[in-house]
Design a binder for this molecule. Sequence first.
Ligand SMILES: *Cc1c(COP(=O)(O)O)cnc(C)c1O
Length: 408
Amino acid sequence: MMNFDPADNIQDLQFFGEFGGVNPSISDSSTYTFLSAKTMFDTFEGNAEGCYLYSRHSSPSNLYLDRAMAAMEGTESANVAASGMGAITPTLLQLCGNGDHVVSSRTIYGGTYAFLKNFAPRMGISTAFVDITNLEIVEKAITKNTKVLYCETVSNPLLEVADIAGLSKIAKRHNLTLVVDNTFSPLSVSPIKLGADIVIHSLTKYINGSSDTVGGVTCASNEFIASLKCVNSGASMLLGPTMDSMRSASVMKNLRTLHLRIKQHSHNANYLAERFEKDGLKTVYPGLASHPSHELYKGMINPEYGFGGMMTIDAGSLEKANELMELMQEKNLGYLAVSLGFYKTLFSAPGSSTSSEIPADEQAAMGLSDGLIRFSIGLDNDIERTYQMMKQCMMEVGVLHKEDFATI
Ligand SMILES: *Cc1c(COP(=O)(O)O)cnc(C)c1O
């Protein structure tokens, strides 16, 4: 893994179209013909490299995106899915069965939390939710039935950072599979390099970047990806959350500009976070020295891609947060919407939206306050102009006060 650069790895992949096109052809078939019956049998058994059987299993377009995602994360293989949840749930169900146990960060995406807490127990899979930033607590939660250690590199919405190298040591000691959801930090963090076993993304966010589709991917060893796709016992093959070829082709084209977008998202978020903090707002951004995991994260990232495009501020109350978000939307500074990774800034109050699956008392315990606004900072060309306009909105709704500033 010397000189591992995830963007160079993607750039080095050449996929030509059928007629020499600069983009690969889109495969528009659900099923594939065989010249001989014997080849069809071998393909079913998984012994015919380069042959396609049926598009729920794999399609040429999906395999291009699989290869690009594997190259980006430095894994042998990958499997794209129809959504992030369509990658997460089969991965966990492939790793765990009746009686098995998961140790998971308590600050994870609401859908993943709801799956582990409410749905997986129906299959006899139980989960301990822990403070992932405390490695001692993580290790104590492991039982003889634990199979998986699960976390997000940068968590949603509190932007806690998981010490992937530290977690990997624990996972190896106890023979667990470390699964990392890297949705918030593509290119910035390469979890495999830090010791993760499996990396998952919701492609819906930064990687596709145009808020026009949902998608997901699991990046892992050849062996694990083959097990997910196995016609007899593979969770992806049997549950069927397959991405459509048209979509994987369009995600693949957007992936080509990911490195430029991530740099701009990071630059803009860092700029705003520094200024808002200086203005006296409670601001959370991993690039700020005040972030509890700033030093740790600094050592984890591929520096040229920065600290990412996600930040939070505390508006004091839900009412103020709502008022501010509505005003910023009116001024065309961004959209009041969930999700992230769009060219436009998106903002939402996680307590009443994306994290609403988490009960109020648990939200309070993890520091998720009512007035919290989560920002996915966009690709704005002139971020100083954006800052001035946002500051104006904050003063208008009374989140910031005129007397706080020497100059306005
Ligand atoms: C959005 C998201 C998911 C779920 O992905 P979908 O594409 O919406 O299914 C999972 N993890 C994280 C961190 C996310 O932000």
